[in-house]
Design a protein around this ligand. Structure first.
Ligand SMILES: CC(C)(COP(=O)(O)OP(=O)(O)OC[C@H]1O[C@@H](n2cnc3c(N)ncnc32)[C@H](O)[C@@H]1OP(=O)(O)O)[C@@H](O)C(=O)NCCC(=O)NCCS
Length: 219
């Protein structure tokens, strides 16, 4: 075996350019929600469990293809435990899950949120997730909520990078991201186990505060 030359070992790696800096803005107490043209988004609260059980049970067929958590029969008590966990994690600055409510009737239309999948809030990065109840899918609600969420997220929360990832076969989800101007950054191949047991590719979309028009448009 040939040993590496000693002079090669002593060469330090070339410095890499710094592309940004994370600064901790200190304590942050997020707004509890936002009113969008078609929906009211707010943190789940104790007492929302019954609404969550109703919405997800009624949407099982429309969610089961891509949402591994979807169950046909979730009890109100199980859903109540879930919303309390969401609320607790919100208050602890650990994760920010939001319900999507009809502004007039108060019906739960779906869920979304800023999820800390890349580090704490101070990194300025989060993943946006979303589900829309079955009888409301394909009517433009998801894309309009996503647009409002990006605008609110950049302008009020101060996110620097928001990510949307979906199965390559999830055409509605892909089109929602394209519709709001998120950029397809890449595809990771055969890394996503769908609930049916098959593998799919993952599409990674992102929007950056520094170049998204939504970061500057009037709310
Ligand atoms: C993905 C989801 C959040 C999108 O919300 P939505 O309200 O159904 O979507 P929208 O009605 O806003 O439509 C989004 C885009 O999909 C298109 N679309 C709607 N129905 C479609 C269909 N049956 N097939 C293909 N595209 C469709 C819309 O035309 C729109 O694209 P456009 O802007 O280019 O016209 C929602 O469908 C959902 O909850 N799906 C199940 C859970 C899920 O997959 N979540 C996303 C995980 S990444």
């Amino acid at each position: 075996m040939v040993s590496p030359r000693p002079d090669r070992l002593s060469v330090p790696p070339a410095p890499r350019p710094c592309l940004g800096r994370v600064t901790d803005p200190g304590p942050f107490f997020p707004e509890e929600g936002v009113a969008l043209p078609r929906a009211q988004l707010r943190s789940y609260m104790p007492g929302d469990g019954e609404a969550l059980a109703e919405a997800t049970n009624a949407s099982f067929e429309a969610l089961r293809t891509f949402m591994p958590w979807a169950r046909p029969h979730q009890s109100a008590a199980e859903a109540e435990a879930t919303v309390r966990r969401f609320r607790g994690r919100w208050l602890l600055d650990e994760d920010f899950t939001l319900g999507i409510f009809d502004p007039t009737s108060g019906l739960l239309l779906g869920g979304t949120g800023f999820h800390l999948r890349f580090g704490p809030r101070q990194t300025g990065m989060a993943e946006v997730g979303m589900w829309v109840r079955g009888d409301q899918q394909g009517l433009g609600l998801g894309a309009s909520v996503l647009e409002g969420l990006l605008r609110w997220g950049f302008q009020v929360w101060g996110w620097q990078r928001l990510v949307w990832k979906c199965a390559a076969s999830n055409e509605r989800s892909r089109r929602a991201a394209v519709r709001v101007g998120m950029e397809l950054e890449g595809v990771t191949r055969r890394d996503l186990l769908l609930p049916c047991g098959e593998l799919d590719d993952t599409l990674w979309f992102a929007a950056l505060a520094e170049d998204s028009p939504l970061a500057r448009e009037v709310r």
